[in-house]
Design a protein around this ligand. Sequence first.
Ligand code: ATP
Length: 353
Amino acid sequence: MTTQKHTIEVERLHKRFGKIDAVDGISFKVEKGQIVGFLGPNGAGKSTTMRILTGYNRATSGVAKICGVSVAADPHFIKRRIGYMPENNPLPLDLRVREYLKYRAKVKEIPFTKRRRAIEQALESCDLLRAQDRIIGKLSKGFRQRVGIADAILANPEVIIMDEPTIGLDPHQVILIRDLIASLRGRMTVIISSHILPEIEMTCDQIIIINHGKIVGQGSPAQLRDTFIDHTTYQVEIAGTTKELEAALATIAPELQVERISDRDEDGFATAEIQIKGKRDYGERLFKTLAEHPHLRTRSLRSKKAPLEDVFLAATRRSWEEVDEKLAPPLASSSPKTSAPQGTKAAAPPPSQ
Ligand code: ATP
């Protein structure tokens, strides 16, 4: 096992396919034992980056290191250190689960005397013991994904890379796979890509947002919110008129706005979303003002985290605008520069890990 702090180091990685810069000079590091999520729209460059890390594709330039060793310099070393589950993982449908893992243990050069134990452990970790004698082609998609993960963890690698491991699964299976991935935390360094944003948020320590082959956001979910979300939202269950609520808010800060309000329930309560630009916390004053109000009745108050979806949209929209700006003809000198899109603050470099 390596003693490196960072099991994955990527520096100015570039991959060109003809005229397309699929990966355009990205750099990042992943600490040992962390789970990292790759987010990005279709065609952003996630799979290409993953394939370079696993040694399946060669980078056009730049360096990718696993456990301190360059992937390009020693692909054989790398393949023994990485478990890879590609997108739409192709499995031999006519083999039984255990048979397949036996074959994979041989391919992965697990010493003969350790194979049986490795297979047992992988079957157990993926809750596949009861399905070990079943034919892969007759398994549900969720079970097949688990076979893919069992294969990825079989040789107890230091790094696991999974390209959309939960694609096409029902919510029950998504939870099982998510728990399985979370159980690898601390034991293995894991990179997963997914389009299911809440899942990425629940599973990952760090998130890397890629767009057009570039990293446009990087950090923990809290750091990303801090970078891309420039407003604070409170949710309050309140009985009384909207006019009275607005007047009460104005006594705290004129910029506190009722963003939206639901219909009233049978007890006369509506859920209102109150928003203010910036990150100053008005929670305590809001609570006191509403609680002491002579005509408004308050049932609950909480501050509401922006969904990761908003972060994703802000990060990728910003980079679209930067690309549009590059493609646009030069503007007259009096024209204003493109400003940050609504709901985001001005471009800041992604925090380094
Ligand atoms: P998705 O979420 O749809 O899987 P992705 O973020 O994984 O997308 P990639 O598959 O890495 O994106 O593709 C990045 C870009 O590189 C796309 O424009 C894609 O068409 C292009 N590309 C990927 N592989 C090849 C290839 N082998 N030959 C030519 N172009 C390619």
